[in-house]
Design a protein around this ligand. Sequence first.
Ligand SMILES: [Zn+2]
Length: 164
Amino acid sequence: MENLYSTLGCQNFVGVEELRRSYLTLVKEFHPDKHIDEIGHSSNCPNEIHKPDVKEGQNGQTVAGNRLEKFIAIDKAWKILKDIELKEKYDLVLKQRLLCQDWPIQDELEINEFDEDTPNYVHVCRCGGKYILNSTDVRFHLDYVCCDSCSLCVKILYLQEFPD
Ligand SMILES: [Zn+2]
């Protein structure tokens, strides 16, 4: 699952005002209309995301393509996190992810190996407990989920586009 806060160059769970400042800065840097030579950012900027893509090919096309991809990702992250309701939902999913990723991984499962149990998606753990995803988890591609009764965790793969 991509971390939308990192995409915006921010710490997890920061407020909308800080996200907005970072978004506005990044948009100026990565706007696809802007020529690479015009950015003029310093290479000693401590923030990884603000550094120019030096390793990504000699050819301008590739760099422009990467910049466009970054711009799209930044824009998408901002559209979700600026929305208070979506941000709350995303924060919950991210918290669950951060909690689970340190647990022992029992298995990797594709999302389509979960059974639909509206409004949730469920997979039975070997202990008899359940791995439960709700529609928000799936929407944000939550990639780690803990069993509801033991300490195991599975990694979820989203290999195919999953319908909302
Ligand atoms: Zn279990």
